[in-house]
Design a protein around this ligand. Structure first.
Ligand code: FAD
Length: 390
């Protein structure tokens, strides 16, 4: 392998480049990135950056990042058969190895009405735009009740805005945390001033050139100065089309992150869908910071022809979320649980929850209760008790 092209110059792309160098790859590495910024940390975007602070954006690096950088230039298409990548500036790059690390794009809702005053939070530019608009007294409507939606609502209410979360689900974050913890967190947000309109969706925006209100499906006219769409993301795979790949949800890979049918192409980070034997044999995408790091390293090893041990690549998923003055932490796959049990504390305070599927531990969630969470994490990693039977 002489030249490796990494498409997507963010966390997974950077960590993959570092791993290639750390493993002794001496050829050329070219990093192609759509954003004009070099790699930065995304988690602070819906937390400190929205609150007007700059801290935490810098990505620590091992210094093993010697590469040619092409920033502000998206890849537009690729021929995997010819091993040639097309760039938006008309340039073309041949490669011997290709890394797909293009992450996600925020979903936008096709709401009729004015476009001004509508925001998403995925990039640094998005977060800075919204931060500048979060003035005391502003009426902010957040569409979605995911982790990022709740983080944004939390910062906005702290900034003195009046904030309403609108979402079809019955409780925030319930798909991952369960309805009981979701309800407890809703009450904590409500105590800090966030309002919830659950079980409903936005049907249109109202106003002339400037946004005045969001009209909900239940007929409510919600006065709104700023609308934040936090309704999930779709994988950035358009540039990979017409190569016969399974792009139905990210890019389908094997357990080693090799894009199926192509020895010379790997994927990493939010865009990669792969089976993790620690959980089961179903390929899934995982949108967590630590998983981008783990998959990036494995993708680099695969490209260099190194195979994982007989147990395969078995990373433990894990994430955190800061909101309403709390840190929520989780390991494993709590979203797959069919039963949840409070093992320490209680739902309205610090709590540790074991998540089970078909009687086996599959995930752990905690607020505080660090020691209990570490105990659950250890049990999840215990080889003698695989996370799932099916
Ligand atoms: P990304 O960081 O999305 O990077 C992909 C890059 O590829 C982007 O720079 C994009 O512009 C570029 N790109 C896309 N298409 C092209 C193309 N055609 N050509 C060239 N470049 C392209 N995780 C946690 O565990 N905890 C948290 O608290 C947390 N908070 C988050 C808050 C926010 C607001 C966001 C957005 C994410 C958060 N995450 C969190 C998730 C975490 O940041 C992601 O898992 C991580 O950024 C994934 O890294 P990635 O490199 O795979 O993708």
């Amino acid at each position: 392998v002489q030249r490796i092209v990494v498409v997507g110059a963010s966390l997974a792309g950077l960590r993959c480049t570092e791993a290639l160098r750390a493993e002794g790859f001496g050829g050329e590495v070219v990093l192609v990135g759509e954003e004009r910024h070099g790699p930065y940390n995304r988690p602070p975007l819906s937390k400190a950056v929205l609150a007007g602070a700059a801290g935490g954006l810098e990505l620590e690096t091992t210094g093993e990042r010697a590469a040619e950088w092409r920033l502000g230039v998206p890849a537009t298409e690729v021929s995997l058969a010819a091993r040639r990548l097309q760039l938006a500036d008309g340039g073309e790059l041949g490669y011997d190895g290709l890394v797909v690390a293009t992450g996600l794009r925020p979903r936008r809702l096709p709401l009729p009405g004015p476009r001004r005053g509508r925001h998403v939070v995925r990039t640094l530019d998005d977060a800075r735009n919204l931060a500048a608009a979060l003035r005391p007294g502003a009426r902010v409507t957040v569409l979605g009740a995911s982790f990022i939606a709740c983080e944004i609502a939390s910062v906005a209410v702290d900034a003195g805005c009046s904030v309403t979360i609108v979402a079809p689900e019955a409780e925030p974050m319930a798909a991952v945390l369960g309805a009981e913890l979701g309800a407890a967190l809703r009450r904590r947000h409500e105590a800090r001033g966030v309002e919830f309109r659950l079980g409903t969706v936005a049907s249109k925006c109202d106003g002339g050139e400037t946004l005045r209100a969001v009209v909900l499906s239940d007929g409510t006219d919600l006065p709104t100065d700023l609308l934040v769409e936090a309704v999930g993301c779709t994988p950035a795979v358009d540039w990979l089309e017409d190569n016969g790949l399974d792009l139905s949800d990210g890019v389908l890979c094997d357990n080693r992150l090799r894009v199926q049918g192509h020895e010379d192409v790997v994927a990493a980070g939010d865009v990669a869908r792969f089976p993790n034997p620690l959980i089961d044999d179903v390929p899934r995408r995982v949108e967590h910071w630590t998983m981008a790091v783990d998959t990036a390293r494995q993708a680099a090893l695969t490209l260099l022809g190194r195979t994982p041990g007989p147990a395969g690549f078995r990373p433990l998923p894990g994430f955190w979320s800061d909101q309403a003055g709390l840190r929520i932490q989780a390991f494993g796959s709590p979203a797959l649980a069919d039963a949840r049990e409070v093992v320490a504390g209680d739902l309205d305070g610090d709590v540790a929850i074991a998540c089970h599927r078909t009687g086996r531990l599959i995930g752990a969630v905690a607020i505080g209760r660090r020691r209990d969470l570490i105990g659950l994490r250890k049990r999840l990693l215990d080889e003698r008790s695989p996370l799932a039977t099916t």
